[in-house]
Design a protein around this ligand. Structure first.
Ligand code: AHG
Ligand code: MN
Ligand code: MN
Length: 334
């Protein structure tokens, strides 16, 4: 197999299909470069003095870890001077970060979860970065939060980088989902899987079962049927996994199929859910759909939801198509 770097993949996509304008290519390459720096910091762990909390709380009311803050800074610094962005929004910042006036502005908006799975940092379990790219509305030069509030169908690119045994970048520009693995000697992301397809059926589900008593009836029905295994209505045994880093759970599903659920339940209903629409649910839904999977709130396709706030939370059910459709059916039948 010929070695294809991220740069070559993007240039060839641009040439062959006109899919990627030069500025979008620059944007993806800059995000990938920032992810390499985050990967180095994550790898150093205690040796880099990056473990533990900072002592501050983010807009979500969650304690910020040193690596949350550092990853956010790395992504901001990498992206603000290239001229490809109009503004940046992040899980770790209440409001969008404007591009400083000394730099030119571009036509894109970048939204990210700089470090997903923060609770796993200190225990050396895989964490990641999730990002979504939108177009800045025409004529807007100083983007406000409302300009970011576009449904997931308007994303022009989305991806995540997982810092696990290997550092892996998964990307979609709306032309399938592709996977790159970081070659640490070369310092380059190399294409390791083209046109990912998620198996449509599965025997593996992922949900935080400690919330079982709070679940809505359709979720309880689906999980109960999985647990009943061979002797239940599904007629087959299921396996369960929960890493508690969305990137790691989604990456497993992308690789071998499965269903991931963080549904809204009685415990988080007042907040709208646990996971965030703009920088967790939407980019993951785009990646999963581009690989032949599906993503729903239970009632609606995630990417069709009109966002009402930058940090809005949402119910998430995604993965293998037939399983996601089954849960959606249980919601309709309820
Ligand atoms: P973050 O670390 O960016 O706040 O996101 C954590 C999310 C997600 O990665 C994961 O699926 C979920 O929180 C885990 O939640 P529980 O701790 O409730 O299992
Ligand atoms: Mn997250
Ligand atoms: Mn995070």
């Amino acid at each position: 197999m010929k070695a294809i770097s991220l740069s070559r993949y993007l240039i060839e996509e641009q040439r062959a299909k006109g899919k990627i304008p030069a500025d979008l290519r620059l944007l993806v390459e800059v995000v990938a470069r920032a992810c390499k720096s985050i990967s180095v910091a994550v790898n150093k762990g205690a040796l880099g003095g990056v473990l533990g909390n900072v002592g501050t709380v983010n807009v979500q009311g969650e304690a910020q870890k040193k690596l949350d803050v550092l990853s956010n800074e790395i992504l901001l610094e990498a992206n603000e001077w290239g001229g490809h962005l109009a503004a940046i929004a992040s899980e770790e910042m209440d409001d969008p970060h404007p591009i400083p006036h000394r730099y030119p502005k571009g036509e894109y908006l970048l939204v990210f979860d700089p470090l997903d799975g923060s609770s796993n940092i200190d225990v050396n379990v895989a964490v990641g970065t999730i990002f979504s790219v939108l177009r800045c509305p025409d004529g807007v030069t100083e983007p406000e939060p409302e300009h970011f509030l576009q449904p997931g169908t308007r994303q022009v690119a989305a991806g995540y980088c997982i810092y696990g045994p290997s550092t892996i970048l998964v990307l979609t520009v709306g032309d399938g989902t592709v996977v790159f693995t970081l070659d640490r000697e070369l310092g380059s992301f190399m294409l390791t899987q083209d046109s990912v397809r998620i198996p449509e059926d599965t025997q593996e589900f992922a949900i935080n079962a400690s919330n079982a008593r709070h679940w809505d009836a359709p979720v309880k029905r689906y999980v109960d049927e999985c647990l009943a295994g061979k002797t239940g209505p599904r007629g087959k045994d299921f396996n369960m996994r929960w890493v508690a880093s969305m990137v790691a759970d989604v990456h497993r599903i992308l690789t071998r199929g499965g269903i991931f659920m963080y549904p809204v339940d009685a415990k988080c209903r007042d907040k709208g859910g646990r996971l965030r629409l703009m920088y967790e649910a939407n980019p993951m839904a785009f990646i999963i759909e581009q690989a032949g999977g599906a993503a729903t709130t239970g009632h609606q396709r995630i990417m069709d939801v009109q966002p009402l706030g930058l940090h809005q939370r949402i119910s998430v059910i995604l993965g293998s198509k037939h399983e996601v459709e089954r849960v959606a059916l249980y919601f309709r039948e309820n």
